[in-house]
Ligand binder design. Structure first.
Ligand code: 3H9
Length: 730
């Protein structure tokens, strides 16, 4: 975009004038967040433009890749710095000259609130506008809950605020959020728009004074309650959506000033609360997880224009959909025509279901299906820049596939395996180019789940690793880089939880007690309901390969109870229903098994169940850090949130460990080890090291930092932190 930047207001805000139109340009890469200097610069620039008689209209826009993407999240939790955003917004809104926000990229959060302070808004066709605060455990805090309903109506505003999803420029135009979608040079188009306003002496009222679009809810508040209830049904455990609903309700129930006051109070309450702190940690952890500390700077991702997926099963089909969704043509290769047709039909059905729910237009469905091509010969991979293998989880089969790929794929193709447990190094050795091999572990359903474990093999070349991460982001995933070990990070920790879940059954709990403890904590599902959903035969096969038994789960499988697909598993399912019902037959089996193994059953509280499931996972996470299978604690958090349903507002297992305190966790782990006789439940060496360090730093009584193999511990704090992220105050 060509913006002719002339004067600096300060380092982050520039201004210049073209005739009677003043341009005020925010220039704070990468996303033009509203740090204090930006707010101060805007205040100065708008005050000057107001007082300058030569200025008839003002265009507010941004340099770089985007309009303002919100408040600066790194400032949250620190002492507030003047001027507040509300003062900037009030000043702009009170201007008696036409003001035009010219939006490109994304106008998000405080950025959109800033745009709402202008009398008019224009946007490029690719621009997106939204209030995503909810995703940070917050709600708009600079007038968004009061101005947006006035501009586009309460129902639409509520939808945008509760979902947090931005809307594209075209629908923003239709709702009245923007006044014009402009092609070509944005600055020139916005100036032309401003000049026209001046020439026609047009000056609309400020958004705060608009009332027309509030009328419907004012006369029918019951409709609002209905809408709110529907939105809140999906917000299990989260505080922000309820607060946002209350604030939006104030937009039509109270005066503008009173509404602003209520919004502010709720925003500050959420900002100080534990949930938003955890969600902000996740925001930054997600971005960190895709970074690799020792990746050379010149390791550039390879160009990916065409993809191929081997295997048209549930996983392969889901992965192919991810590529098609991102506009990348993809071939899907199967051995038999029958299996291929079945896979393609499932993909088409999935797309049509999304369209039926209003998620996609029929044309978009056709376009995406058109990008997926079925093939019966592996030779079809010859033009693919990346090949993702998603065949049955069996080492010999995978090795054969990779040996074939080595023969058939382009020299510079990335060869990825979607294995969820197997040794990526061994798979790579089946080729003559182990440097081109990387793990890309998707989670089921692959077209929905956001997590992508990118598994770095011993030989994986830096640019291959960079490509896997880059492709992951392009197809909308949250990539987290992990090393090779059995089950990588996610499944390795899941295995530990599974062992404890089975032990709890033997010691006195029932499946519904164990699952209930986790759903109360915020998981969408507990391990037994999840097992029934995925198919108990899956875990059975893994255990057999590992040479271990799970007394109850194995017995259920031997009885042909594989979960939902057979109507019975840990629970029983009525025909056509996915709702798990406790089954007396399973309870009998559990009680008999306890007796047979000589385990005395006793009542176990919900809290005890939770600790028993979660603390061993944290312990395993500490081992994973020690072994450098994960680079940082935050990466483990991202994996559990986006791959396994850990409640985002609890920040992930390692973040949670910080909140509980590592001393308390270690003490409980020692008790578990003693009770079960399982030495692996003893606190991991890293936990012990951290505790020793904590007592040492507490004794030293002065703030300083210490570096441990995988962690930084900062002294002089109320809670111990093992994450470099948290030590930065995020
Ligand atoms: C708010 O506005 C509250 C108000 O209502 C009230 C206030 C009183 N601050 O995601 P990317 C960094 S709440 C600071 O990789 P992309 C990010 O960490 C805010 N930093 O790029 C990363 O740093 P690094 C509401 C931010 O192109 C770099 O920028 N707004 C912020 O894939 C690039 O980010 C939001 O929630 C920020 N606000 O996506 C929007 N945003 O390179 C949050 C980004 O060191 N942001 N960074 O890793 C986003 O959704 C995406 O970043 C965006 C760009 C879509 C803008």
């Amino acid at each position: 975009m060509s913006i002719d930047v002339e004067d600096s207001v300060n380092d982050f805000v520039k201004q210049h004038r073209e005739g009677s139109v003043a341009f005020i340009v925010v220039d704070n890469p990468p996303v033009n967040a509203l740090r204090a200097e930006v707010r101060a610069g805007l205040l100065d620039a708008f005050s000057a433009a107001r007082d300058d008689k030569a200025v008839a209209a003002i265009v507010l826009m941004c340099a770089g890749r985007t309009f303002v993407a919100g408040a600066d999240i790194t400032e949250f939790g620190k002492p507030p710095m003047p001027p507040p955003l509300s003062e900037v917004i009030d000043t702009i809104e009170a201007m008696d000259k036409p003001t035009v926000a010219a939006v490109h990229g994304t106008a998000l959060g405080g950025g959109l609130e800033l745009a709402l302070s202008c009398r008019y808004r224009v946007a490029t066709p690719s621009a997106k506008l939204g209030l995503p605060e909810i995703k940070l455990g917050l709600m708009p805090g600079a007038g968004g809950t009061q101005r947006l309903p006035r501009l586009i109506g309460v129902e639409k505003a509520l939808g945008m605020i509760i979902s947090g999803d931005p809307v594209p420029a075209q629908s923003a135009l239709e709702s009245g959020l923007v006044d014009e979608v402009v092609e070509g040079d944005l600055g020139a188009a916005a100036a032309a728009f401003a000049r026209k306003l001046v020439a026609e002496k047009r000056m609309r009222e400020p958004v705060r004074d608009m009332t027309e679009k509030l009328a419907e809810m004012r006369s029918n508040p019951a409709k609002f309650d209905e809408l709110a209830a529907a939105h809140l049904k999906r917000s299990r455990g989260l505080a922000a959506p309820a607060a946002a609903v209350d604030a939006v309700r104030s937009s039509f129930e109270a005066s503008f000033e009173e509404g602003l006051k209520r919004e502010r109070a709720k925003f500050l309450e959420l900002l100080a609360g534990d949930q938003s702190k955890a969600q902000r940690h996740v925001f930054f952890a997600e971005r960190e997880a895709a970074k690799v500390a020792d990746l050379p700077k010149d390791a550039k991702p390879r160009q990916i224009k065409r993809a191929a997926v081997i295997g048209a099963g549930t996983m392969g089909g889901g992965i192919a959909m991810c590529f098609a969704n991102a506009g990348i043509p993809v071939k899907i290769v199967e051995m038999s025509k029958e299996a291929l047709d079945r896979g393609l039909a499932t993909i088409a059905k999935n797309y049509r279901n999304t369209a039926a729910r209003g998620g996609l237009t029929a044309e978009e469905v056709d376009r995406r299906i058109g990008l997926i091509e079925g093939e019966l010969s592996l030779e079809a991979v010859s033009d693919a820049d990346i090949v993702i293998e998603a065949v049955f989880e069996e080492m010999e089969l995978k090795k054969r596939v990779f040996a074939d790929l080595d023969r058939l794929a382009k020299n510079d193709a990335v060869l990825a395996t979607n294995t969820s447990y197997l040794d990526v190094n061994a798979i790579a050795q089946a080729t003559n180019r182990p440097g081109s091999v990387v793990g890309m572990h998707f989670f089921s359903p692959a077209n929905v789940m956001k997590l992508l474990e990118v598994v770095r093999g011993a030989a994986t070349a830096p640019d291959v690793l960079a490509t896997a991460i880059d492709v992951g982001r392009r197809i909308g995933k949250a990539p987290a880089v992990v090393g090779v070990c059995h089950g990588f990070v996610g499944n390795r920790m899941l295995r530990v939880r599974g062992i404890e879940a089975e032990r709890l059954l033997l010691e006195g709990a029932l499946p519904q007690d164990v699952d209930g403890a986790l759903t109360s904590f915020g998981f969408p599902m507990g391990p037994f309901a999840m097992g029934d959903l995925a198919g108990l035969d899956v875990g059975w096969r893994v255990r057999k390969a590992e040479g271990r038994r799970a007394e109850i789960a194995d017995r259920l499988c031997e009885m042909g109870r594989f979960g939902q697909k057979t109507g019975k598993g840990f629970y029983v399912y009525e025909a056509g229903s996915r709702t798990p019902k406790p089954d007396p037959e399973v309870e009998r089996l559990i009680v008999e098994t306890s007796a047979r193994l000589g385990v005395k059953r006793e009542a176990i509280s919900k809290e005890d169940i939770l600790e028993r499931l979660v603390y061993p996972m944290i312990n395993e996470g500490a081992r994973i850090l020690e072994e450098k299978v994960a680079q940082r604690p935050g990466d483990i958090d991202v994996i559990w949130i986006y791959g396994y349903g850990w409640p985002v507002w609890r920040g992930g297992p390692m973040y949670y460990a910080d909140q509980v305190g590592l001393a308390a966790i270690s003490a409980r782990l020692r008790e578990f080890a003693q009770k079960t006789g399982d030495k692996t439940l003893e606190p991991a060496p890293l936990l012990a090291q951290l505790l020793a360090l904590l007592s040492w730093t507490a004794a030293a009584d002065e703030p300083h930092d210490r570096q441990l193999p995988a962690v930084t511990v900062s002294a002089g704090r109320a809670s111990m932190t093992w994450s470099p992220l948290t030590t930065r105050g995020r």
